[in-house]
Design a protein around this ligand. Structure first.
Ligand SMILES: [Zn+2]
Ligand SMILES: [Zn+2]
Length: 251
């Protein structure tokens, strides 16, 4: 392994298949799925619009639910995750996707489960089924998978999980008509000097939209602290000069 991220080809920590930025993105997607899950349920019933007066009537009743949302919330099947042909990611419903990965991870780790039976005797059994603290639910599986991301990032199949999560988050955002929030930063880009640095929700880096500069939050704060006082002083000096020129012209 040459410490190259298998997703973005950036620098990954030793023995890792994912860099810090790609791990951060996966964590953000799992949080996003938890946040969006109630919205998905809310859009399950399609808006059929206000009743039409004097219309000619419908040939068919409208569907009682939005089938695209059902497709993502529906029961579905746990699919084979390591898909050599890469053609089985589309249309996998949400909970089987999350549960399927949790189950796959549990089997890969092969960790024994230790518990006490009703007589107080310690029983050690092979752990075959994961179980989230919050119970079997979309938020429960998202929390479970977040806890195992440090393990996932060291596995050769991590990019497959990355792609499937990205796909499902894109599908959810299309259904709920939500996009990640973006914020223009006020310090100029250290690469191209334009005010083009943007912070995008769920992304590890603040990136320039005009050149290839990428900064972590800490790097941006340090950059901002070094350039902004100079810029503010220059702006104040220019303002004072303009004011003097205006007064001289008026005198
Ligand atoms: Zn990466
Ligand atoms: Zn730039």
């Amino acid at each position: 392994m040459d410490n190259t991220c298998a997703v973005c080809h950036g620098h990954a920590p030793a023995e890792h298949y994912l860099c810090d930025a790609c791990q951060y993105r996966m964590r953000s997607w799992l949080r996003e799925i938890t946040r969006q899950h109630p919205l998905l349920r809310a859009v399950l019933r399609p808006d059929t619009g206000p009743a039409q007066r004097g219309g000619s009537g419908r040939a068919h009743s409208p569907l009682p639910v939005d089938v695209r949302v059902l497709d993502i919330l529906g029961p579905g099947h746990v699919v084979p995750w390591i898909d050599a042909h890469g053609d089985q990611t589309g249309g996998v419903p949400l909970e089987p996707l999350l549960y399927g990965w949790a189950r796959y991870i549990t089997k890969e780790i092969d960790a024994p489960s230790v518990r006490r039976d009703e007589h107080g005797t310690v029983r050690i059994q092979p752990c075959t089924d994961p179980w989230p603290h919050g119970g079997s639910s979309v938020p429960g599986w998202c929390a479970w998978l977040q806890a195992y991301l440090p393990y996932v990032a060291r596995q050769s199949w991590a990019p497959t999980m990355y792609d499937q999560l990205e796909d499902v988050v894109n599908r959810i955002q299309q259904l709920t008509h939500t996009r990640p929030r973006s914020r223009l930063m006020n310090a100029p880009c250290p690469g191209c000097s334009a005010i083009t640095l943007r912070e995008l929700e769920g992304q590890f880096h603040i990136s320039c939209t005009g050149c290839s500069v990428r900064l972590t939050r800490e790097e941006y704060d340090a950059h901002r602290a070094s350039v902004m006082p100079v810029l503010v002083r220059t702006a104040l000096l220019m303002q004072a000069q303009q004011e003097r020129a205006r007064r001289a012209a008026a005198a």
